[in-house]
Write a protein that binds this ligand. Sequence first.
Ligand SMILES: C[S@@+](CC[C@H](N)C(=O)[O-])C[C@H]1O[C@@H](n2cnc3c(N)ncnc32)[C@H](O)[C@@H]1O
Length: 310
Amino acid sequence: MNETAHTPVLLQEVLEGLAVMPGGWYVDCTIGLGGHSRAILEASSPSGRLLGLDADPQTLEQARLRLSEFGSRARLVCGNFSELARIAHENGVTQANGILMDLGLSSWQLADADRGFSFQQNGAADMRFNPEKGNSAADLLNTLPESEIAELIWKYGEEPESRRVARAIVAARPIRRASDLAGIVAGAIRKRGKIHPATRTFQALRIAVNRELESLEEALPQAAQLLAPGARLAVISFHSLEDRIVKTFFRNESRDCICPPGLPGCVCNHRAIVRMVSKKPITPGPREIAANPRARSAKLRIVERLGVAS
Ligand SMILES: C[S@@+](CC[C@H](N)C(=O)[O-])C[C@H]1O[C@@H](n2cnc3c(N)ncnc32)[C@H](O)[C@@H]1O
């Protein structure tokens, strides 16, 4: 197992955005190596508690080691944030004083050849956050019809040459190794840009394998419901597909009416449950991007639960 570190993105902005204070329950839905969680536990010291989730059992074990000094203040659970309400309930968290989602994967997962996330590594083309659940990327690529592979690469990777890529993949089956897949994709792509030609295809496969967008859509309403009045939900996204889901959810849930325009009166009876803390997303400055290039595409959006804090 590699020892690559993971630098938490927009750390100060998250702490300020969540207004972390001593006491209460904080929930980190994507604990990773615990960088944000450590800072939250320190800022909420001595009595603040943290419920940390990760879908990846290996990552969770790392977080457990790294946060052991906080003892029972940190409660760590292996699970998907799409089941946030159930997991919170089972762990005695009825209301959260702040919730964080730092989406995607960590540098630690990317650097582990055995996980298949990186096109630069020779591990099996797996890409599952939890290698014991669901189908791997190789399973999908070796069984789906060409048209479905092309659609997936287009939908989740926005790869303009998705059809050519799908054709090359099907011709080269069976696909086993991430590096072989990268070579097949690179050979199929005609237009070369600044990024590695397999970047978009790898992103698409990871999103599909882990149902990342569906999980996010399922988790956001549960997170908003779990917030105590006046508490905040912060979400860091790394690509436009994720950010669109977060932005749409935050916009809708901060409005009293979400009827389509042009109706004579409101028929939806929708009521706002949050307010947007800032209209525009918070992004890293040049210094953070220079120190941690992974941060360059990060967007942090924050909402605050309406109601009077008790
Ligand atoms: C960007 S990393 C988080 C890094 C973390 N904030 C830190 O400072 O170390 C994202 C983490 O979320 C996990 N993850 C992604 N989707 C998830 C989901 N639906 N449910 C739970 N964990 C998820 C990944 O396994 C990964 O460890």
